[in-house]
Every structure is written in structure tokens, then in C-alpha cells.
Design a protein around this ligand. Structure first.
Ligand code: DQA
Length: 146
């Protein structure tokens, strides 16, 4: 069975409590359940992780190398700052989908630039948690069309 790594960066552990006007009321556990369900309906298994640490996020990306056909990543604030995460993603040969719950193009100036976008094959933003489901669907489509 093919695997998808779904990786989440800092403060996403606070989903459901944090700036609910932007990120909504669902928790990270709800998100994980939604992702696992959608992936398994389509014959994929999921490695779902969250960390507040940049180095751990790099480690998670490296763990996907040779194991997963795709990474779906919401690097959260590290999106806008981390060359280390970009470099790790460049070492991964599979499909990369960058997800943001909010539409980062419509927020503060400092959120408009994304290092992750320099490697991502696809960017999905502003769809709320459904953006992760859309990302899984795109990974599935990619496999079907191979
Ligand atoms: C985010 C957007 C980032 O700018 C922010 O730092 C986050 C979450 C999003 O999902 O909309 O923590 O990645």
C-alpha cells in the first residue's frame, strides 16, 4: 500500500483553540481522522505528524524519503522562513503538496512569500481543513493518471 506523509508545523497542535476566526473550530485530531479516512478510502495509508520544532520537521521530511510517494505539508510559520525545510523537500523525489488553511496571499505581507512553494508541485490555500482532503485527492489522481 502506498504511503502519504502529512506533516504539520508549529502551533497547528492548537487547532480548534487558536485564532478560530482564521483556522476554525476543528482540532488536529479531527484533521487526522479526516485525512486517514479519505486516504484509506482510496487505498493509501497515512503517516500524520505535527511538531513545533523546525529540526523535527526536517527529520519528518527525511523519513519520507524512499518511503512515501507524496508529502502533504503545512509548514505553518516556517513556510515563510525556513531554507532548511526547502532543502529537505528538495531531497524528496515524490509529489509535494503545500497546504495552508488560510489564504496566505490575502493576509499580512510577511506571509506572502513561501520557501516551500519553491519546491511544491501544488499549493492549496484558503480552503480550511478541506484543503488537506483536496491535497489527498490530488495525490490519488496523480497515481491514477500515472
Ligand atoms: C498557515 C499560515 C501561516 O502563515 C501561519 O503561520 C500558520 C498556518 C495556514 O495553515 O494558514 O501557522 O500555514
Amino acid at each position: 500500500m502506498e504511503t502519504i506523509h502529512i506533516l504539520n508545523g508549529p502551533n497547528l497542535n492548537l487547532l480548534g483553540m487558536r485564532e478560530t476566526n482564521i483556522y476554525g473550530h476543528k482540532t488536529i485530531n479531527d484533521l487526522e481522522d479526516m485525512c486517514r479516512r479519505r486516504a484509506s478510502e482510496n487505498g493509501f495509508q497515512v503517516v500524520f505528524k505535527q511538531t513545533n520544532s523546525e529540526s523535527t520537521l526536517v527529520d519528518f521530511i527525511q523519513e519520507a524519503i524512499g518511503k512515501s510517494s507524496a508529502i502533504i505539508i503545512n509548514a505553518a510559520a516556517y513556510t515563510h522562513t525556513s531554507i532548511a525545510i526547502l532543502d529537505a523537500l528538495k531531497s524528496f523525489a515524490g509529489y509535494v503538496v503545500e497546504v495552508h488553511i488560510s489564504d496566505i496571499s490575502k493576509r499580512e505581507e510577511f506571509r506572502k512569500f513561501s520557501f516551500v512553494s519553491l519546491r511544491a508541485d501544488l499549493v492549496i490555500q484558503g480552503l480550511g481543513l478541506d484543503g488537506y482532503i483536496e491535497a489527498i485527492d490530488k495525490v490519488v489522481e496523480k497515481k491514477v493518471n500515472k
